[in-house]
Design a protein around this ligand. Structure first.
Ligand SMILES: [Zn+2]
Length: 477
């Protein structure tokens, strides 16, 4: 406490304790070159506590200070908002055939290049108290770092610029610096939105990742270039034009090439479209899906299209249009494929196919419960609407939701710690005939699922007694 009070009065000799060890974390396996490492600072404990306290205070206000189009590091804002907004805006420009430029900026070593004087000016301009500005100056200017190489610290380096990666305060200070680009474009009013000529162009940011969507107009591109230059000179954030991407929409190729020259990029628009559009998308497919895509591409390359009408050509066709699944099954068996241990449980009983199909999906965790729909961005929240206690996962609605767990207890099955994927291994209880056991369990799960849906879609609360009656009547059908 004495330390914090002394810091508040600016009476601490920060230079003696504000020291950090810089560790180089490889960005990818087998990193050798210097820029393949990310420097992270391990700070002195008391400085870390101080930094955390200042961060918590700043956290309360930062949301009001930063433009809504910035989504990095801020609680309650999500990168998906930026993504959806950008996609819709670009789609609108495309549909209305508006000449548009989309520019993705890359800042070289963004955190490390921030000029302290400019941060100080920005803090003052944004209304921070003199004392706060002084604290920021004190902590930044007194900092010293040493690089840890194989666990041994090198000589102390006095910092002259940049924000320390690893310091919680740095992220917010960086946002304030990055936000000034938004302010510069807004106040200049010379770079306008392609959709609405009265609004400034959209500047979408996620920390230092910046996407600009502007009108495809020579004067405006030149104005933007001037603003970016002024921003770079003022803040120290240098734009790496060779790594930035420029894509034109509904624009003459020659004109677009001129813009590339104005922006100082040395590649052509065609090159950007050919290479960077793919590079801009993060590949979200699994390794297996990627392998299958490659296999499919090979098959497609070998495929020759003819003018003949399409017919099914399969070694497994029984008649003209019928696939012989039993032949495929026999082939897989002959190749040594084992039966799925759950298959007999699911398919060898007299339950209706819709229940079997539901149970098959349930065992794979793929029913359309809220948690799964949330994962696919269809729902806003994954929570269970019946109990509100947890996410509506397959395990939750079958075993954990209070009425479901009560249901199984009445049947003599302890639901704690059970998982849908293991249904076929779960200890059998007495009182249910062995030959109808799987049918009975599947029917119970089906009724629990229907009960959940009745609540979600029709606000119906079905008491446990009715669930049992439904199980009985469904089984009788
Ligand atoms: Zn629940």
């Amino acid at each position: 406490m004495a330390f914090l009070q002394a810091f508040q009065q600016r009476q601490v000799q920060l230079g003696r304790i504000n020291r950090s060890y810089m560790v180089l974390i490889p960005k990818k396996p087998g990193a050798v070159a210097m820029d393949a490492f990310r420097p992270i600072c391990l700070q002195n404990c008391s400085i870390k506590i101080l930094s955390k306290m200042l961060t918590r205070r700043l956290q309360k206000e930062i949301g009001n200070l930063i433009d809504l189009h910035q989504t990095g590091f801020l609680k309650g804002r999500s990168i998906s908002e930026t993504f959806v907004f950008a996609a819709e805006l670009i789609q609108t420009c495309n549909k209305r055939r508006l000449p548009t430029l989309v520019l993705k900026l890359d800042f070289a070593k963004a955190f490390d290049t921030v000029i302290w004087e400019s941060l100080d000016t920005i803090l003052k301009a944004r209304g921070f108290h003199d004392r706060w500005c002084a604290w920021m100056r004190d902590t930044l200017s007194s900092s010293k770092s040493a690089v840890l190489v194989n666990g041994c610290p090198g000589p102390w380096i006095t910092c002259k610029q940049g924000l320390r990666q690893g310091d919680p305060l740095s992220s917010y200070l960086f946002l304030l610096v990055a936000d000034s680009l938004q302010a510069m474009i807004r106040s200049a009013a010379t770079v306008r939105s392609p959709v609405d000529s009265d609004s400034p162009c959209a500047v979408l940011q996620y920390a230092d990742d910046t996407l600009l969507v502007l009108r495809g107009d020579v004067a405006e591109v030149q104005a933007l270039k001037n603003i970016l230059q002024a921003f770079s000179e003022a803040t120290g954030l240098k734009i790496n034009y060779s790594k930035s991407t420029l894509v034109s929409i509904h624009m003459d190729a020659g004109l677009a090439a001129d813009y590339v020259t104005i922006m100082g990029k040395d590649s052509t628009v065609q090159q950007a479209i050919n290479s960077n559009l793919h590079g801009c998308f993060v590949n979200r497919m699994s390794t297996q899906a990627n392998d299958e895509l490659q296999q499919l591409k090979v098959i497609l390359q070998q495929t020759q299209l003819t003018d003949q009408p399409d017919t099914r050509l399969s070694a497994f066709s029984r008649t003209k249009d019928k696939l012989d699944t039993s032949a495929i099954y026999r082939l897989l068996k002959a190749q040594g494929h084992q039966d799925d241990p759950s298959s007999a449980f699911i398919w060898k009983n007299a339950t209706p196919p819709r229940v079997q199909m539901f149970f098959w999906l349930l065992l794979r965790g793929r029913i359309q419960c809220r948690a799964n729909l949330y994962r696919k961005n269809i729902m806003d929240l994954p929570n269970c609407l019946v109990c509100g206690m947890d996410d509506e996962t397959p395990d939750h609605l079958i075993f954990e939701c209070p009425i479901a767990s009560q249901f199984w207890r009445v049947l003599g099955i302890q639901p704690d710690g059970l998982h849908c994927r293991n249904w076929h291994h779960i200890q059998r209880v007495s009182g249910i005939p062995d030959d109808q056991y799987s049918a009975f369990i599947m029917m119970c799960c089906w009724v629990l699922w229907k009960r959940q849906n009745a609540f979600v879609f029709r606000d119906e609360v079905i008491p446990i007694r009715t669930i049992f009656l439904q199980c009985k009547s469904e089984s009788a059908n």
